[in-house]
Design a protein around this ligand. Structure first.
Ligand code: BEZ
Length: 209
């Protein structure tokens, strides 16, 4: 199965550091940052787990639950979390899926054989409260993810949903947004009474929020 943006995120039930998780029930009315790791007790993964824990309040402010996955057991994850907390000076409170048999990694196409046949690459799935996949990113094992970008794309998706707009390159919360070309100028005037700037007929900026 190939996963696409807009697909319903495949549901699963699996053991985690916080007991059994059924994905859709666990997400509930929140957004979800679901991210995979090759293995416990590895350096890059340790920094990424720590960074996610450090950013807990930022994720909470975006109504987003973090869910890690690593291809080891829950017992190993629990021991690893002690190292994460110790070395990254944080307290990791989100669950980590125990995917030692690669059930979820295969379901979510996290196994890229040229990287490893037995360990997940660094995948990111942003899943919305309707359980739709809204964004996918894939990093190789050697490159740690940029967590500013992860928060930024959640902001962009939520702004897009709230206002029916798109976001330009390098957009950040508070910057001007783009009126999609499918919205006529007549409709844009009604929808954005604050006004808009028309650089081209297809490139119109406005301010929201
Ligand atoms: C790491 O997390 O440092 C790592 C894990 C697997 C392969 C390469 C790096």
């Amino acid at each position: 199965m190939t996963l696409h943006i807009g697909d319903t995120a495949p549901d699963f039930e699996i053991d985690s550091t916080q007991g059994t998780i059924r994905l859709h029930d666990w997400i509930g009315d929140s957004w979800c940052f679901f991210f995979s790791h090759p293995a416990d007790f590895t350096p890059v993964c340790t920094t990424e787990m720590g960074r996610t824990a450090q950013l807990a309040k930022e994720f909470e402010a975006r109504n987003t639950k973090s869910l890690g996955l690593s291809t080891d057991t829950a017992e190993e994850h629990v021991k690893w979390i002690e190292d994460v907390n110790d070395t990254q000076h944080t307290t990791l409170e989100f669950p980590i899926v125990a995917d030692a048999d690669l059930k979820v990694a295969k379901l979510y196409e996290m196994i890229h054989p040229d990287e490893s046949a037995t360990a997940a690459v660094r995948s990111v799935y942003i899943i919305d409260p309707d359980k739709k996949i809204r964004l996918m990113m894939t990093y190789p094992m050697s490159v740690g993810r940029n967590f500013d970008e992860i928060l930024r794309v959640i902001d962009a998706l939520q702004t897009s949903d709230a206002h029916g707009v798109a976001t330009p390159a390098d957009w950040r919360q508070g910057d001007k947004v783009i009126i999609p070309p499918t919205v006529s100028n007549e409709d844009a005037e009604k929808k954005f009474p604050q006004g808009f700037e028309e650089l081209r007929s297809y490139l119109r900026y406005t301010q929201v929020g």
